[in-house]
Design a protein. Sequence first.
Length: 168
Amino acid sequence: MLKISDLYGDYKSHKEDYSLLRQVYRQMSTHLLETTAIEELINHNHFYREKLVARVQENFPETTGDVSDWSAEDFDSWFQLLVEYPFFWQGKQKALIGLLWSLDNAGKLQQKEKVIQLCTHLNMVDFAADARNSSVVGALSALIGKYGTLSQAEQFQNRVDLAINEKS
């Protein structure tokens, strides 16, 4: 697999290219120019980014052993990727919480601000509001309590309570 820092850079670059391609497409359409070639580039870019997301999700680390040979740069890139593009961990909340928990227990969790951003993300609110996930929510709450402020913990719990009430 690519180094995490390379993967993050690659995805970010393709995301920026996609935005530029869409701008060019709009300009070409406005001027009634042939857009088939640019449409193919847009589709290829989108397909490649989807493949990167799928690759990350298929190889999503769950324990400290899965990331034991990562460099500090890879850890920083991994967390930046997860914070900026939450769809990389969509459906992987349990694995992410397990990874954060095991890294915390091993004393290897240095990205405290990013940890709290991930733990209190709206994707985690929905995850915590689902009763089927109650066994993992305790670990999530402990991480929020350790790395967040009291205010962040209360806001998260209020969002979870609201989500539970909306489902009822």
